[in-house]
Ligand binder design. Structure first.
Ligand code: RB5
Length: 156
C-alpha cells in the first residue's frame, strides 16, 4: 500500500517518526515534505500535496500533519475525492475509516506524543470501511461536493 505523508514545520518531527514506522511495517511511503522543523512553512502547501496524491490515485491513503491537525484537515477536505479526518485517539481513527471512509488522516504534531500517534496510525490502517448505512451517508457528502463543484463551475 502506498501512503503519502506531508507536514509543515510543526508536524515535521512527528512526520519523521511516522514515516520511519510505516517503512518498517512494509508500507511504500511517499514523503511530500517539509524537510525540517526550523523553517516556517505554510501547511496548506503540504496538505494539498498529500490530498492531491490520494485524489489522483497515486497513493492509496494519506497522512497530513501540522501543529494541531486542524489546518491540514481543512485544506485537504477542499480537494474533491478527499475525506480527511483529524484524530486525537484510536477510537476516532478507527471510526473515521469504518464509518466515514476517511482517506487522509490528520494529526497534530503539537498535540500528540509519538507513542499515541503511532497507535492512532496503526488503528487507522487496520480499520476498513463498513459500507451499508455508512455508504449511504458518505454518498450524501460526496453528492454535496459534486453539487458545490458544479455550482462553482457555472459561476465561472
Ligand atoms: C503553525 O504555527 C500552525 O499554525 C500550524 O501548524 C497548524 O497548527 C495550523 O492549523
Amino acid at each position: 500500500m502506498r501512503i503519502a505523508i506531508g507536514s509543515d514545520h510543526a508536524g515535521y518531527m512527528l512526520k519523521t517518526e511516522i514515516a520511519r514506522w510505516l517503512v518498517a511495517q512494509g508500507y511504500e511511503v511517499r514523503d511530500l515534505g517539509t524537510d525540517n522543523a526550523e523553517d516556517s512553512v505554510d501547511y496548506p502547501d503540504f496538505a494539498r500535496a498529500v490530498a492531491q496524491a490520494v485524489a489522483a490515485g497515486e497513493c492509496d491513503l494519506g497522512i497530513a500533519l501540522c501543529g494541531t491537525g486542524i489546518g491540514v484537515s481543512i485544506t485537504a477536505n477542499k480537494v474533491p475525492g478527499v475525506r480527511a479526518a483529524v484524530c486525537t485517539d484510536t477510537y476516532m481513527a478507527r471510526m473515521s475509516r469504518q464509518h466515514n471512509d476517511a482517506n487522509v488522516l490528520c494529526l497534530g504534531g503539537r498535540v500528540l506524543g509519538v507513542g499515541l500517534a503511532l497507535d492512532i496510525v496503526a488503528a487507522w490502517l487496520a480499520a476498513a470501511f463498513e459500507g451499508g448505512r455508512h455508504a449511504r451517508r458518505v454518498a450524501k457528502y460526496e453528492l454535496l461536493e459534486a453539487q458545490t463543484s458544479k455550482l462553482k463551475a457555472q459561476k465561472g
